[in-house]
Design a protein around this ligand. Structure first.
Ligand SMILES: C[S@@+](CC[C@H](N)C(=O)[O-])C[C@H]1O[C@@H](n2cnc3c(N)ncnc32)[C@H](O)[C@@H]1O
Ligand code: SF4
Length: 358
């Protein structure tokens, strides 16, 4: 049965130079109106017993703990559920973390991006590296024992040495989990204009691969499990919510621009706030587009998403067994009984491997 919910909070203090996530500036009144609309949307769905709730953004930590608590009070949450809130370091204090914990949040994912102050400025982040670290210490002090940190690599002019020093600071904090994404040059961002204008240039492929290998090696040396292409954790600390996506399980997506997967349909909500409010006040689900997933497509999704969970991999059926055996011969997969998992070469060229299934 469906047991995960994603809630999108589309507000940020400021737009970062690289980011095209659905988010904008807001007032206290706007956030209050949005929270009321979210609760109405939540109440349009059955009260599934939830094992995971994920507040993503945007910047969910811009909400007040009281608003978070009000949203959670409208859900049917199982005991020991994982309840994650994404946090921007500029929006939190020790006191606020304590109140988020009291509201029911038990996992935080803090957007660090880098510990290099010059790079943070280039990225358009409002916080310094020490404010990033301070946010981590506040969360710990408030009693969070499940903290994830978000970083990026392959940033403009970043060297291997810069990355190594980011990794050293990351491992010195010893979060339970971290994600590290290679920069995507998204159209419409300040970064993309600078790329087109020749002010920035993309990281050369060999350097990007060396950076990714450095991350994998250093993570392993420090006791972290590389359990998904961009995600690492200490033992038993996988992100339970995200793992539901990779296992192709159904989940509800709430809020503007949120995606969901419910009753064999993948859907995406409307992208504009006025349209969202209009649908909610008409008591209609604010869905923009829907795609029915038939059993063949479901199988393909299961393989492509399943391979992302590196230690688990997939158990293919039918014609996909031959495909996987060929990928073993080419060195992209490793076979372990009936299970196929990505090899080191497969991890480095994961998108090429996934494309073979389509
Ligand atoms: C919603 S944000 C995290 C919370 C909060 N908004 C913040 O930035 O502090 C999700 C993460 O996506 C990653 N991200 C955003 N834009 C990206 C891009 N263009 N390329 C790679 N990663 C990106 C960043 O690591 C970011 O922390
Ligand atoms: S990276 Fe985070 S804080 Fe920056 S604009 Fe995107 S969602 Fe907002």
């Amino acid at each position: 049965m469906l047991s995960g919910m994603y809630i999108h909070i589309p507000f940020c203090l400021n737009k970062c130079n690289y980011c095209d996530f659905l988010s904008f500036k807001s007032t206290d009144e706007e956030r209050e109106k949005y929270v009321a609309a979210l609760i109405n949307e939540i109440n349009m769905y059955p009260k599934f017993p939830l094992e995971t709730v994920y507040f993503g953004g945007g910047t969910p930590s811009l909400l007040t703990p009281e608003q978070v608590s009000r949203i959670l009070n409208n859900l049917n949450i199982k005991n020991n559920a994982e309840i994650t809130l994404e946090v921007n370091p500029k929006t939190v204090t020790l006191e606020k973390f304590k109140l988020f914990k009291k509201a029911g949040i038990n996992r935080v994912s803090i957007g660090i991006q880098s510990f290099n102050d010059e790079l943070l400025k280039t990225l358009g982040r409002l916080h310094s590296s020490s404010e990033g670290e301070e946010a981590f210490y506040f969360a710990r002090k408030a009693g969070f024992d499940n903290i994830s940190l978000d970083l990026m690599f392959s940033l403009p002019n970043q060297t291997l040495k810069d990355l190594k020093s980011d990794l050293n600071r990351l491992f010195s904090l010893r979060p339970e989990h971290f994600s590290i994404y290679s920069l995507i040059w998204e159209e419409g961002t300040d970064f993309f204009s600078k790329l087109e204008a020749g002010i920035y240039k993309e990281t050369d492929n060999d350097l990007e691969a060396s950076m990714y290998e450095l991350i994998i090696d250093e993570a392993q040396k420090n006791g972290y499990i590389h359990y998904e292409i961009s995600n690492f954790c200490l033992p038993e600390k996988r992100a339970i919510h995200n793992t539901k996506y990779w296992k192709n399980e159904e989940y509800l997506g709430i809020g503007i621009g949120a995606s969901g997967y419910y009753q064999d349909v993948r859907y995406k909500n409307v992208l504009k706030i006025p349209e969202y409010y209009a649908k909610i006040s008409d008591n209609v689900k604010p869905i923009l587009e829907e795609e029915f997933v038939d059993s063949d497509e479901k199988e393909i999704y299961e393989y492509i998403l399943g391979l992302r969970i590196i230690p688990d991999g997939i158990i293919p059926k039918g014609k996909y067994i031959d495909l996987c055996n060929n990928l073993v011969d080419e060195g992209f997969l490793i076979k372990n009984n009936f299970r196929y998992i990505l090899s080191k070469k497969g991890i480095l060229m994961a998108n090429d491997v996934f494309s073979k299934f389509i």
